[in-house]
Write a protein that binds this ligand. Sequence first.
Ligand code: PHE
Length: 356
Amino acid sequence: MDGIAELRAKYLAEIGAAAGADALEGVRLAALGKKGEISLMMRELGRMSPEERQQAGPALNGLKDEIDAALRARKAALDDAALDERLKAEWLDVTLPARPRPRGTIHPVSQVTEEMAAIFADMGFAVAEGPQIETDWYNFDALNIAPEHPARQEHDTFFMHRADGDNRPPHVLRTHTSPVQIRALQDQGAPIRVIAPGRVYRMDMDLTHTPMFHQIEGLAIDRDITMANLKWVLEEFFSAYFGQRVKTRFRASHFPFTEPSAEVDIQCSWVGGQLKVGEGNGWMEVLGSGMVHPNVLRAGGIDPDEWQGFAFGMGIDRMAMLKYGIPDLRAFFESDLRWLRHYGFGALEAPSLHAG
Ligand code: PHE
């Protein structure tokens, strides 16, 4: 049997040399485990004479406690070292500026649509939606547009392809947001106050036209709504939208789905090639409108002897150009990042009635 002093020296050295938790556990088992060297020696005590035991007992117990304490201290030291390592590796300098990340912008059409929805919501209009691929019934017939009306001709309207022998009624890319009038009336009945912003399509492409553009439809039906309500709503809208009083001019016009019909101009000036809304004595046409035709109310399932109201349709893209001084419509849809960064809006520039 090794002497106590040798055991002590041996295990203290091994503990000191243990480089990790596993090695240390190995040393513990070798010394103090069930079959450890010191444990076995302690079991021998039973077989000793009382005199021998009196000698060896306290010495072995002392050794056991000392090795135990050394194991514990080494474990704590190893844990500390491991933590130090981790803290060094995971250290984070929160005072460093953040890494730049590419950020997108809100497209002016999205921004303006939100602005418009906020203003009309304040006047009690809810947002309604309809599909961009419409049946020709919703896009034309229900809106009192006769079969021979020029708007139906191929040169204006995109018709969906039909396979030979497919006899379903024709579908079109909606040419305006007016079919949402019918859908909203069918869904909600009267009274109703809705706006319907969205994409529309016409076969048209030049400086001021793109085959896809955006409109916002307005519809207000109740028992006693008149053109006067239409005028007030639109003037309120333009003033809120442009942030200043804007004069309007109603010109008699014709749409199959309204009677009477009016095109609406807003006051503007051209100074040094710069268009300014709300001043001067020029006029700029911005929308079509009128009192909803009885046939349209009927198509929407509403009794025209009981209900009446107005509708309007306005170009969103044009309104964005006017408010934010954007010169070229076609650039809206070219996805040029330089354009988007220049004219786009930040995510936090949320439209509100009180924003400048
Ligand atoms: N739908 C018409 C257009 O696209 C606009 C309009 C809407 C006119 C509602 C009157 C009433 O030109």
